[in-house]
Ligand binder design. Sequence first.
Ligand code: EPS
Length: 424
Amino acid sequence: MPDGRTPIAAGTTETRPTALLATAAGHSYNTPLMANLDYRTAGESHGQALIAFIEGMPAGVPLDLDAANAEMTRRQGGYGRGGRQKIEKDTINVLSGVRRGKTIGSPIAIQIANKDWRIDEAPEVHRPRPGHADLAGSLKWLTGDCRETLERASARETAARVAAGALAKSVLTPFGIRCIGFVTAIGPVKAEVPARLSPDELVAARDANDVYTPDPAAVEPMIAAIRKAKEDKDTVGGIVEVRVFGCPPGLGSCVRYQDKLDGRLMQAVGSIQAFKGVEIGLGFGTARLPGSLVHDEIEFDPALRNTPCLGFKRRSNNAGGLEGGMTDGETVVVRAAMKPIATLLRGMDSVNLQTLKPERSDYERSDVCAVPAASVVAENVVAFEIARAFLEKFGGDSFTEVKAAYDFYLRTARSLAESRAKQA
Ligand code: EPS
């Protein structure tokens, strides 16, 4: 068009700047022309430091470092942690990509120092712990010293993942998107967490105790379950849940399997150390019920037009906010199971890799239960995936463009439904 703007859809006067469409090059506007939001981590449990390298952040995002460091502290806490957390004080050191508190579009490198840095002196481990990466890694990398594997397999790496996710939240916060993780079970003790709790209610209830559960009645029994595991020289696992409030519809895609946001969330959460199961919404529960009791019936409520659901209200949220691999405007709900930690004070039957004789597994200083900490990890890895999907849909070089694309999308989505309603 002569004015450099392109009509979006017949029946609407909305336009979108052509710069965001890249039509001349034959791309849809969300084809990755440059780095998508992504991150990698490096670092060993007792190495010098943990590193996260984040690329694809637009310029001009105000980073909330205090909020991110508060997440780092929360991850270090929770009832059931071992002695290591008394040594460390995890703080994010931003090495690049930020100027005067805002991103500048270049890669963000961050470092979290390890105070307990002794990788060369740390003793060799020859009796692999069942449930840990020890044996599989020794066989993979052809070494009889499990330390070569366990240093990287250690959940210490989750400090870097939390840092990346917590910084990615800075993309979501200005749009009112909030990711909230909490504990719903420790061993056999289950919490009751009402589906319709508001974000503020959830956070206030969760932060009022050491097991990070929003159910006050479950706190003491959960603490007792952890204490009992410790007395038994054993460990205990649990279940965590993450709710994401305020997502607009259409994050993710049904087009390519790689783009489906439910699958991506499952990968991100399922890759957290010691996680063994992930479900979305009602998850495994959907298999036991007829369709009429599973699918979330749709209503239209004009009063909700300016909320993320655009007025399309559901009577339930068994889909956990995801249908066809895309957000549907409801709260995204991801739940995951963490197995008990594999390092048991009482040991377990194993084999000495040097003698091939039966022996009890090695004991390393460890946690009895890290489920509360894992709820912080899950919250932040989910935040990163949501931010990644958000920038795929609304991305641009600068945060100004992201905001424009987001506003444009919501205005257009509302006006499309309005014009159809008028025609009907
Ligand atoms: C871990 C073993 C323990 C945990 C560690 C994870 O470390 P260490 O052997 O030094 O006592 O404390 O978790 C962390 C250090 C952390 O920051 O979360 C393991 O083997 O996975």
